[in-house]
Design a protein around this ligand. Structure first.
Ligand code: GDP
Ligand code: MG
Length: 437
């Protein structure tokens, strides 16, 4: 899957101190492939990777994060930007606001109509009316009526009529009579794009003059979703997109492609069959979802805030020369503590998140370590290899711990130095600390 591919791509960067021309080119190739597999179209994927490459090159990598993590953050920002940057709300100023729902059969129009009515009622204090405009299937009308019942929203239907335009106008008149502030027009779809359907929905549009036209599309249909979006937009010039069925494993690469092809904002995503399973579309969150990188992005942001770049560079130098000592170690512990709650922090590292969820890690975990290090003489701190048995005994007594704990810490410190030398990366250190007292 995409995650595996990205992991593989990031391997290339592992252990590198900075993002260079060579390692970024290789990584971008992998990422482009991964995006194509996630239904992002070729042109979008290419533009995206080219832009990311330019931004990534020459960036200094902080010791707090790996080059892969930094690259993820750059990619996340770029992706979010491509998807519009910020969430775009519905325009609800008109009274009543008329919202036309369009899309193929099975896309989730009727379900979304119900969800939207429920959202506008409970979150926006609106008084919606649902209008059943799918005249071809009696079951479609019943479906909307059942949903309306469930969420306590009135539904206008006319079982006698086969004219979608007339029904829509009747519904709007009804809304005006009853003081409804929003009218949601559910419509009939087709299995595929066809002229008759397009003519019908265009006729509803021109006679009702909707304030919002929302195009509903099944995110699981991948590249087809993009073609459908284009066809509907060419004809209807819709105001927003609704991506449904983004529950489960669907990555949502379609979100990126649709936005780049039709240049209309995605406004909502459907995440399940229940009436509550509707989310306002946030580009940032969708970007993380497409990348599937957990909360790497916020990890990098927090690390960038806390870690001083110059200090980091010196530390890297020391690690490379194997001069990392207990003074550096305690400095790192303080940095990590500044960054916030340990468990939170470790939970952000992909793959570690689940493992630490039920573990009891708190900042107190560092107390005995700090006590031990504080009981060392300056000479000992700078020369960890000189700490012999008699020194260890004295340190144990002075720190109120015992010989076993001191031995354990020094052993772990040694192991850690080895690992750090390999990775030059304190994220690895954070991982190691998990096993500490
Ligand atoms: P329409 O033909 O466009 O009106 O589509 P419907 O609203 O009838 O939905 C078709 C099917 O997709 C139904 O079984 C819905 O329950 C289901 N569905 C709609 N939206 C979602 C969603 O966000 N997630 C999931 N899992 N199913 C959905
Ligand atoms: Mg329907």
């Amino acid at each position: 899957n995409l995650q595996d591919k990205l992991d593989r791509a990031f391997k290339v960067l592992k252990g590198q101190g900075s993002i260079t021309e060579i390692n970024v080119a290789e990584t971008m190739k992998e990422i482009r492939k991964a995006l194509l597999d996630a239904d992002v179209n070729y042109k979008t994927a290419k533009t995206f990777t080219d832009d990311v490459k330019v931004k990534a090159l020459g960036q200094n990598v902080l010791t707090a994060v790996s080059p892969g993590q930094l690259l993820t953050k750059i990619m996340n920002d770029e992706l979010a930007g491509l998807m519009g940057g910020t969430a775009i709300e519905l325009n609800l100023t008109a009274n009543p606001t008329i919202i036309l729902i369009a899309g193929l059969n099975g896309a989730g129009k009727t379900t979304f109509s119900g969800k939207l009515a429920n959202y506008l009622k409970t979150q926006k204090g609106k008084k919606p009316l649902l209008v059943a405009g799918d005249v071809y299937r009696p079951a479609a009308i019943t479906q909307l009526q059942v949903l309306g019942e469930q969420i306590g929203i009135p539904v206008y239907a006319n079982l006698e009529s086969k004219d979608p335009v007339a029904i829509a106008l009747e519904g709007i008149a009804e809304a005006k009579r009853n003081g409804n502030t929003v009218v949601i027009l559910d419509t009939a779809g087709r299995l595929a794009i066809d002229e008759a359907m397009m003519n019908e929905i265009a006729a509803v549009k021109s006679s009702t003059k909707p304030h919002e036209i929302l195009f509903v599309v099944d995110a699981m249909t991948g590249q087809d979703a993009v073609n459908t979006a284009k066809a509907f937009n060419d004809r209807l010039d819709f105001t927003g997109v609704v991506l449904t069925k983004l529950d489960g494993d669907t990555r949502g690469g379609a979100a990126l492609s649709i936005k780049s092809v039709v240049n209309k904002p995605i406004k909502f995503i459907g995440t399940g069959e229940k009436m509550e399973a509707l989310d306002v579309f946030y580009p940032e969150r969708m970007a993380s979802r497409i990348l599937g990188m957990g909360d790497v992005v916020s990890l990098v942001e927090r690390a960038q805030m806390q870690f001083d770049e110059k200090e980091s560079a010196e530390l890297q130098k020391k690690i490379r020369k194997n001069k990392f000592d207990f003074n550096d170690f305690i400095g790192q512990i303080q940095q990590i503590k500044k960054m916030g709650n340990m468990k939170d922090l470790m939970g952000m590292i992909p793959g570690v998140g689940k493992a630490v969820k039920d573990m009891d890690i708190d900042d107190n975990a560092f107390k005995p370590i700090e006590a031990i290090i504080h009981s060392m003489t300056p000479y000992e701190r700078e020369n960890p290899d000189a700490i012999n048995q008699s020194r260890r005994g004295r340190i144990a007594k002075g720190s109120g711990t015992n010989l076993q704990e001191v031995n354990k810490l020094i052993k772990q410190f040694d192991d850690m130095r080895k690992v750090m030398k390999q990775f030059s990366n304190p994220a690895a250190m954070t991982k190691m600390m998990k096993g500490m007292p």
